[in-house]
Structures are given as C-alpha cells and as structure tokens.
Design a binder for this molecule. Structure first.
Ligand SMILES: C[S@@+](CC[C@H](N)C(=O)[O-])C[C@H]1O[C@@H](n2cnc3c(N)ncnc32)[C@H](O)[C@@H]1O
Length: 453
C-alpha cells in the first residue's frame, strides 16, 4: 500500500492567484482513504481554488480531446465509443454496486508517437456529477486485458501506475465560511504494490499544477457566460430538490417500465420539477396568492414531469402524440396525460398559467406563440434541445453562428421568437448533468406604446 509519509505544502504564485497544494503520498492517519461510489479512494493532492466548476469541465474536456497536452508521448486518441448516462461493462463502477452512474463514458485508445517502441493503451474516461457531495469527477481507468494481471508492468511507462486515477472538483457549501469557494484534488485507487517513487511524486505534482494553472487561466480569459440561480435562489432549489428526491426517486427508479435509463430521467425531471416549483413558489409570494399555478406540459414524453407537478398539487396535464407504457402508472396515481397530436398553429390554452416545453422538439418554437395567444396571463418556460424551426423542419443555421456554437445560436432563435411574441425573455441554467440545460422563461409582457413600439 501507500508508504513514505510525506505531506508537502508549497506556495506558487500563478497569475497572481495563490496556489497552496497539499500532497499526501502516504496513508498516514490524518488522510484516510475515502469511500466514494463503493470504492476506496486515496487523496494524494488537494488545493483550495476560486474558479468555478465550468472551468474545471472546460479543461477536462480539452484534455479528453487533446490528450497529448497532458501526456506528451501520446500522438492522438481513437475514440472507440462515447455514451451518456450509462456505464460500460468492465467499468470499476458497475451499475449494481455503484450509487451513481457516470453522466458520460468514453472508451478510447491512446496511440503513442513512437509506434514501434511504446504500447497502445485502451482507457475508460468517465465523467461524474455527484449532486449530494457537490462534486464533479473525471475518472481515468486503464483497461488491462483479462489475461494480464493489472500490475504495474502492464501499464505503459507514459501512464500513471494506478488502478484508477481521478481529478475532482468540489464546491463548498455556500454557507461555509471558507475564503475559497471550492477545492480540486487528485484521487487514486492504487495498484496493490504501489510505492510513490520520486519520479511519480514529481509527475503527480506537475499534473496537479497543470490542472490548476489551466483552470485558473481559463477562468481569467473566460467571458462569464453561465450564471446559475438567476431566477431561483440556490438554497430554495436545493431544499426542494432534496425533498422531491426523498419523496419520489427510489420508487420511480425501481418501478421504471420504459426502456430508457431511469437514473437519467428520474433525477433530471426531479431537478426540472424542483426548479419550476421553486419559481412558482416565489411567484405566489410576490403575487400574495396561495393558489397553486396551473400548467400544460406540451410534448410530455414519458409524463414524469407532469406526474411530479400533479403529485405536488399543481393542476395540469401533459400532452404527447404518443402514449408511453408508464403513463398507466402515472394516471393511476392521479396524473392527467393525453394522447393527442397538437396543431401548434391553432391551439390555445386560455385558462392555463404556465405552458411548459421540456425538450419538446418541433413544439418548442411554437410555445411562445401558443402562450401569447392563450391569454394575457399565460406564461411559458422552454428547455430547447433539438433544433427545429417553426416550419417543423430542422432549423437552418446562418453561417456566422459556427463560432458561438449551434446550441447557443438555437437558443437565441427561440429567444427572438419569445421576444417577438411580446414577452421579456429571462434565462436560467438548470442544475442537471447535461450541456443542454438552458431554460428560457417568458413571464413578463413587454408594454407597447400606441405605435406598437
Ligand atoms: C424529445 S421528446 C421529449 C419528451 C419529454 N418532454 C422529455 O423531456 O422527456 C419530444 C416529445 O414531443 C412530442 N411531440 C412532438 N410534436 C408533437 C405534437 N405536435 N403533438 C404532441 N406531441 C408532440 C414527441 O412525441 C416526443 O415525445
């Protein structure tokens, strides 16, 4: 096991920010291994930081695509597969024993520059978001064939001699009185006989410094695009999320009858419902009203969001052109789900407070129009996903959008429709493990003068 009781503290000033990493190259008592997702992890480096989580993911993603930036002997990577919200067979976190699954898993092959001399290596890269611990984690695991023992000799020289290696970003609670908002660390699952040689210590330290420096630099050059909690305060959201999760999650995951991944849908929809319920709670306080809002979930799919909102006392229904098997269970428990093909150019819902379009495909660009025609008090929220235009065909992007990214450009297209329908668009970012987490809200109407301006 780990030996050589060394704890180092060093100071470095990188771009005016103080970097004070602590290294633990031993299993000394004050740094016991920690159990995470049913595996024992050893923290070997940690440091307080003040950049946000997006910087961490930004750098991780860059290193995933350009691995030679961190492992110079590697020329390139060949991606074997890349999947979301699932784990591969052979992952150290198999679905049965793990509490949480990765939000993304990449199986890839590292191709070295010196093809005749160095061996290729297959590797699993897994992204995790642990909402309970406020942790983001990327895990790298070399895949050693069954015929070989997972020993140091079988890991090429350019790769850390570990069973698994991870970078972790942890956000402190907002009520903690720490000066720093978060912490980064390197955590490993060691191979049985691992010893930290001076060379290994040097490599880990270099990697850790590099992670810090890249995140810090990204943060400094980064135009801050993501501001969570604009419409719903974090604490209110978290409280609601915890409550709904405790109340519904276990039962929903256990009794999921769809072919889709219950872990993805259940936790994502609980997050969306929590955000909406928090927003509506604030709205009632502002309007000094105790009447719960009514809603319609257009393109409701499996009906889970409708079920959650109805179960929390909100009156409303979900509509989808295709009934799902699980609807029967939700209908039995009081949810109102309707199988119907909506004609978006003619339908209105005059007595509804909120129209919801969660990844509602072709319906998303129509929802602001439907809301504005329904009544003067009808509001909307949409979470855009696939790129459809008002014609029902795929949205054609203007050429100049390539730099800002298609998702951002599509969001602006929907925003433009919301504005043209007379709403003031408000934006928030949902705390869900998806890059498509922008929510657009139209709840305030623009006031026009007599000339229509
Ligand atoms: C990507 S799925 C999303 C489902 C669900 N909102 C979710 O997030 O899981 C889009 C849904 O919109 C439904 N849909 C698209 N056009 C529709 C229409 N004109 N009328 C009713 N449902 C429609 C589809 O059947 C599909 O179930």
């Amino acid at each position: 096991m780990l030996s050589n009781n060394i704890t180092l503290t060093e100071e470095n000033s990188i771009n005016n920010a103080t970097f004070e990493p602590k290294y633990y190259f031993s299993d000394e008592e004050n740094r016991p291994p920690k159990l995470w997702n049913n595996k024992l992890w050893y923290i070997i480096a940690e440091a307080n930081v003040s950049f946000n989580k997006d910087m961490f993911w930004n750098v991780v993603e860059r290193w995933t695509n350009e691995v030679y930036l961190v492992i110079p002997p590697i020329e390139r990577v060949d991606i074997i597969s890349d999947i979301e919200n699932k784990t591969y067979q052979g992952s150290i976190h198999d679905e049965l024993s793990a509490n949480i699954n990765p939000v993304r898993s990449i199986k890839r092959k590292l191709i070295p520059k010196r093809k005749n001399k160095d061996e290729e290596l297959e590797e699993l890269v897994e992204y995790y978001m642990d909402e309970d611990l406020n942790e983001s984690r990327v895990i790298y695991t070399p895949i050693i064939s069954n015929s070989k023992e997972s020993s140091q000799e079988n890991v090429p020289f350019y790769y850390p001699k570990v069973f698994s290696f991870s970078y972790v970003y942890k956000e402190y609670n907002s009520d903690s009185d720490m000066d720093y908002q978060s912490q980064i660390s390197i955590e490993i699952i060691p191979l049985q006989s691992v010893q930290f040689t001076d060379k290994m210590k040097y490599v880990y330290k270099q990697l850790f410094k590099k992670l810090y420096k890249w995140c810090q630099n990204t943060s400094m050059g980064y135009e801050k695009r993501v501001h969570h909690d604009l419409l719903v305060p974090k604490e209110l959201y978290k409280e609601t999320y915890q409550r709904l999760k405790n109340k519904y999650a276990t039962d929903l995951v256990r009794n999921w009858t769809e072919k889709t991944d219950p872990v993805k849908f259940v936790f994502e929809d609980i997050a969306i419902a929590s955000w909406l319920i928090s927003l509506w709670e604030l709205e009632r306080i502002e309007q000094k009203s105790s009447k719960l809002q009514s809603f319609i979930d257009l393109g409701c799919g499996n009906g889970l969001l409708t079920f959650l909102l109805s179960s929390e006392g909100y009156t409303g229904f979900g509509v989808d052109l295709r009934k799902r098997k699980i609807w029967d269970k939700f209908i039995e428990k009081g949810a109102n789900l309707i199988e119907e093909a909506i004609q978006p150019n003619s339908i209105t819902y005059p007595s509804t407070d909120w129209i919801i379009g969660n990844h509602a495909d072709e319906l998303v660009p129509w929802i602001p129009i439907i809301a504005s025609k329904s009544s003067s008090f009808t509001k909307l929220m949409v979470i855009p996903c696939c790129f459809y235009s008002l014609s029902g065909s795929k949205y054609t992007f203007p050429n100049q959008v390539i730099t800002s990214g298609k998702y951002k450009a599509y969001q602006e297209y929907i925003q433009d429709i919301i504005n043209k329908c007379g709403f003031i668009t408000e934006i928030d970012w949902l705390r869900i493990p998806s890059t498509k987490n922008v929510v657009l809200v139209g709840r305030k109407r623009r006031v026009f003068d007599s000339k229509g301006k």
